[in-house]
Ligand binder design. Sequence first.
Ligand code: M5T
Ligand code: MG
Length: 601
Amino acid sequence: MLKYLKKYWFYCLLAPLFMMGELSMDLLQPDMMATIVDDGVLASNMEVILTEGVRMVLLVVFGGTCGVLCGVFANIAAQEFGNDIRKALFSRIMDFSFEQTDRFTTGSLVTRITNDVTQVEQMVMMSVRSLVRCVLMFVGGIYMLYRQSPQFALVAACGLPFVTVIVVVTLKKVSPLYTVIQQKLDRVNSCMQENIAGARVVKAYVKEDYELEHFSGANDSLCDTNLQAQTILAFLNPSVNIILNLCVVGVLYVGGYTVRQDGGITPGQTMAAITYLSLILMRIVFFANIFQTFTRASASWRRIREVLDTPVVQTQVDESSGGVPAQADGQTGEIEFRDVSFAFPDAPENLVLDHISFRAKQGETIAIIGSTGSGKTSLVQLIPRFYDTTDGEVLVDGQNVRMYPMQMLRDKIGIVQQKTELFSRSIRENILWGSEEKYEEIAACAAADGTDNFSAVYGVPDPVSRAAGIAQAEEFILRTPDGYETQVTEGGHSLSGGQKQRISIARAVIKNPEILIFDDSGSALDLKTEAALYEALNREFADTTRIIVAQRIFSVKDADRILVLDNGRICASGTHEELLQSSDVYREICKSQLKKGEIGA
Ligand code: M5T
Ligand code: MG
């Protein structure tokens, strides 16, 4: 934690310094009050009352100013610190592999980056502000009390052990509850997030009440634990108050007795002693508060560390296999699967891909067809190394994908995933997002100049419009009132399935990759549009290796080679004509689709 705090050491130092200024004024006040009472009021000396009064006002103003500055610097330190941690967390989460994100769950990651960081922020704030204040006030209070009379200090010494016991017992009971509260908060967040994201499904099935109940379960449980903690804490203040009041009685007795006996203690001193006494004893309650914040924060910090300390395995070059890191030469987009088997890390016994071997040369189109769940998506996900193979190796340009720096590998590949994800920005930004250029600048410039001026400004054709053209998206984009500047709503809800697919195809195409992977990306397109898409790809991306995953014969029939996947195995491969002769499975698929007239030519 110090690592993140180091940058703000100056503020961490300034805050306690000003705190001391504020504190000394607080400590001096009761003493001056005693003087006013003893030498002013009791002695009927107006002059003392006035001069002491003015001094007191000046000191209060000074103390207040110090207090404000202390607050400002403590806040700067805590907020900037929290800001840095949030950034570090976000960047680490962005680097997570699919598997790592799955393991943490989205809800928990959101809680960590929001609530947990806030807890730690509060702790920093407390450390530089309240902790210092508490310690100094405690020590200073005892000293000032002792200065009034050692007998008063004795009264305080009797009360202290009781208060300490009460505080320790309370903390012991409350601290373990904080870890539980954090976990329950995770559950509430997960549940909420799932339901808000899936609101359309919930409505379609009219399951609002059912989901509300589900949510209430998690929420009530969080509320219960919170209540439990707060109930225990509710005992703290009143019990300490009882002890405090008993001590006040003790002080009054000692003070009254010695005043009567003329033992040197004045009424003003007795008054000041009562104030100091409550200062001292209440500090212990504040200690308890600080301690609570610290326990809560240490639970939170542990959770933050879990994320920050997770090694980002997938983005590192894996040299354990003894190979050498890949170099940026021989860029042909060749793909080879050598006896690849694969199981998802969370279900290692269930082989999703079983001894897959094939090769795709530069410019070839390889189609993969197979029933749902046969492993098509899993297969293509191994190429950009979203997951690592369980056995065998995947090679790109003759080198194992594990030997590539992640950026270099993924720069070669344009993948259109089965589930399209768009961002809530303009269509232009969504497409440019895939490009390697500084898309924000181009987007801003193009938006300011209007699309047509792009070529004039840059001297090249607008890459967005070219990509949209290839993806067969231009026609529908231009039909919208704002064209490329049309805003896509969150989750792409403002677009049809086929429109979303075409924008994500454009996003992959604009990258001009060596390898293009389409995972069922034509599924929501009509046959005419799909045919036009393949035609455009053949024309513009003749040298690009293409992998096309599809369910329809129509989408695969023109490929250079078709792999028929069945239950994780390649059961046949060849061209459309060859497969019609050789493969029963393929013929079956053809026959079932011919009935629907989908085979086309
Ligand atoms: C193949 C399992 C799934 C299926 C098999 C994505 C995913 C899949 N699976 C997991 O256990 N965890 C996962 O995260 O793997 O699945 P696929 O590769 O997605 O199959 P597909 O692409 O051929 O199917 P489809 O429906 O997209 O045509 O047994 O349980
Ligand atoms: Mg799939």
